[in-house]
Write a protein that binds this ligand. Structure first.
Ligand code: UDP
Ligand code: MG
Length: 336
């Protein structure tokens, strides 16, 4: 390990005596060796224009390419560069959690490594923060590099979750946002295992403002999300923030029971008074299939919630850190 590189735990102890960084940038990544160098250059160029030192935290979510070898060699003249390697691919939500618990800055910005979220917007975000906002959400005006299916499913998802969930989840706001230390402390104190970050980041509330930006296409490499992962994330989001689907199942149960009761009264009276020469096979099948469908759906839905309780009850950690390093700035920061 080079002389300037210390462990993060050591670094945190040192920081207690040093001044707190202005900003912590958290960058979770998984197999991004094609873009990381550019990403680092663009971030440091922006941070160098700020008036105080910052820290950049790279979280390697179990990459198996050259990403880790690249990040541990990254340096920034005026800023601290910290790298955390998770023991395997835990998913972006866990990687962000790992990054957030390690931040020490007075505010935090979450950024994707693929440069879809332009780091050049950070000064504008800081400006809003300095004007008293605790959360600066970045809303995508244009979603370049995304096909029609991804855009429309994303639209549907935000519509659905805002209908169902008890918190307001701003549309087209991803994980790219600035959060004040007090918001980060709340989020870090949340003990849950099902970490749907877009929901968790919005959950604490506080003074929030939204800036709009055009989201660029990925600079290189391919998206790490397939539709199975996205459907899983959508389920996670809905079930961790709302029990309304269970209520809908109950309501469907009540409605079908009432209709069935009325139908039963009608059929029995009809048979008693006028007799019933032919058994109604089609109507019988329709009712049976309908009820069977609603029952299976409700059981499946309950299973989703029970499954999440099961995961929560095991109390396993959200991530495991395998390796960490920290590179101190090579020159002292001089404010302009
Ligand atoms: N990512 C991660 N772990 C994963 C999947 C993705 O840390 O399991 C990172 C990825 O490297 C990138 C960010 O999360 O920095 C966003 O991922 P991606 O660009 O693939 O998602 P998209 O922008 O297509 O939604
Ligand atoms: Mg991306």
């Amino acid at each position: 390990m080079p002389a300037s590189i210390t462990s993060i735990t050591e670094h945190r102890d040192v920081l207690k005596t040093k001044e707190t960084p202005l900003l912590s940038i958290v960058i979770p990544f998984f197999n991004e060796d094609e873009v990381l160098t550019d990403c680092h250059l663009r971030i440091t160029a922006v941070l160098d224009t700020l008036s105080e030192p910052c820290e950049i935290i790279y979280v390697d979510d179990g990459s198996n390419d050259r990403s880790w070898d690249q990040v541990i060699n990254f340096t920034a003249q005026k800023h601290v560069v910290r790298c955390i390697k998770l023991s395997r691919n835990f998913g972006k939500e866990a990687a962000m959690t790992a990054g957030l618990v390690n931040t020490t800055g007075r505010a935090v910005v979450l950024l994707d490594a693929d440069l879809q979220d332009p780091p050049e917007l950070i000064p504008q975000m800081i400006h809003k923060w300095e004007n008293g906002y605790d959360v600066v959400n970045m809303q995508r005006k244009q979603r370049h590099g995304e096909n029609w299916l991804k855009r429309s499913t994303a639209h549907l998802f935000y519509k659905l979750i805002n209908r169902l969930a008890d918190i307001d989840m701003p549309r087209n706001v991803g994980d790219f946002r600035l959060l004040d230390r007090k918001v980060i402390d709340v989020i870090n104190a949340l003990p849950e295992r099902n970490r749907f970050m877009k929901g968790l980041l919005s959950w604490p509330g506080f003074n929030t403002c939204t800036l709009q930006f055009d989201r660029d296409a990925r600079q290189a490499g391919t998206t790490k999300w397939n539709y199975t992962k996205l459907i899983h994330l959508a389920f996670e989001g809905i079930t961790s923030f709302s029990i309304r689907p269970l209520r809908i199942a109950t309501a469907a149960g009540v409605v079908t029971s009432v209709v069935s009761l009325m139908m039963a009264i009608f059929l029995v009276s009809k048979t008693l008074f006028w007799g019933d020469p032919v058994a109604g096979y089609p109507s019988l099948m329709t009712v049976m299939l309908l009820l069977g469908g609603i029952q299976l759906l409700s059981i499946g839905l309950m299973g989703e919630y029970v499954g999440r309780l099961f995961i929560e009850s095991k109390q396993r950690p959200n991530f495991i850190v395998m390796n960490e390093s920290c590179t101190e700035p090579s020159v002292r920061f001089e404010s302009h």
